[in-house]
Design a protein around this ligand. Sequence first.
Ligand code: RB5
Length: 168
Amino acid sequence: MPGKVDSNAMNRDVKIRKILLASDHGGFELKEEIKSFLTQNAVPFEDLGPANADAVDYPDYGAKLAATISADDSLNGIVICGTGIGMSIVVNRFPKVRGTLCSDLYTAKLCRQHNDSNVLIMGGRVVGKGLACEIVETWLQTAFEGGRHTRRLDKIDDIQNMLTKGEL
Ligand code: RB5
């Protein structure tokens, strides 16, 4: 089974939000694996596509997911393309989206603790299925630390607002 992670190991003290999933063809197979993992662990999710591994353009699916999360802070997301790079570029164009590319467990933990990651990004051609499921588990189970990290995230929002107004 994906990740061979004991479902009882999921820490229910951390608030688990509904997860939106999206990929391109390079991430399709891993997206299916992550869906099995989330189902096993009773984590609610919605798959925004694609529905098969036919070639598609990652900006279409990344933007669909990021636009929804940008407008609804009760949702988190997981997006996957071949390297994770294309999806990283597109989702982080959206206000209030903090997409973090992870291919190791340390980054998966720290991007939650320090960056309040709300979109986990992975490369379907970079990480194996077992590691990917452990990255998802770590990311889901780790809480934002707040404090000084809130100040830094607020500065990023300020920068984005200034850019929008042409002040930078
Ligand atoms: C598709 O071949 C590939 O370019 C895409 O999945 C992604 O890796 C782009 O960054």
